[in-house]
Design a protein around this ligand. Structure first.
Ligand code: S3P
Length: 168
């Protein structure tokens, strides 16, 4: 009876895996980005555009605090959520965190082909995207590594997560 948090870079598949895991466990599924969009009645892209990234991180932090009040849920965090304030400490205090660790090559492939609007990636060529993902992932790694568990593969399935949790 806890909260399971999925974290990792944009395009790592957190939301899809979290939804599947929630279904398997009979837990509620929460996508933090969607939670924010509903709460603010505004898309993430438009929050970035109108208010800027710093304001977004504060909004994200407040949304996380609200989500932390509940239990029996699988939460897909935003790619940057673990890297601001003491978010990661709060997350680990409340529940179990899983780092969905996907290679840069696979991330770039997925993000390049994605139609989802991601403000941090807007307007980048494939080369720029590769460099950007490499740099940002390196910066974020110390935060991602605070996760309770790490699963590294370019083909992670919900059964892999269940096996990991079963052994916890
Ligand atoms: C971000 C990731 C996005 C979203 C926002 C910022 C990031 O979520 O929170 O655009 O800083 O990595 P996803 O990881 O779900 O794309």
């Amino acid at each position: 009876m806890t909260t399971i948090f999925l974290l990792g870079f944009m395009g790592s598949g957190k939301s899809t895996l979290a939804a599947q895991l929630a279904l398997k466990l009979g837990y509620r599924f929460i996508d933090l980005d969607c939670f924010i969009e509903e709460k603010m009645q505004q898309s993430i892209a438009s929050i970035f555009e109108e208010k800027g990234e710093e304001a977004f991180r504060k909004i994200e932090r407040e949304a996380l605090k609200e989500v932390l009040q509940q239990q029996r849920q699988v939460v897909a965090l935003g790619g940057g959520t673990p890297c601001y304030f003491d978010n990661m400490e709060q997350i680990n205090q409340i529940g179990i965190s899983l780092f969905i660790d996907v290679s840069v090559a696979a991330l770039v492939k997925r993000l390049g082909g994605s139609t989802q609007k991601r403000p941090l990636l807007e307007g980048k060529t494939k080369e720029e995207l590769t460099r950007y993902v490499q740099n940002l992932l390196e910066k974020r790694m110390p935060f991602y590594q605070k996760a309770t568990f790490r699963i590294s593969s370019d083909n992670i399935r919900v059964s892999d997560l269940l096996a990991l949790l079963g052994n916890a």
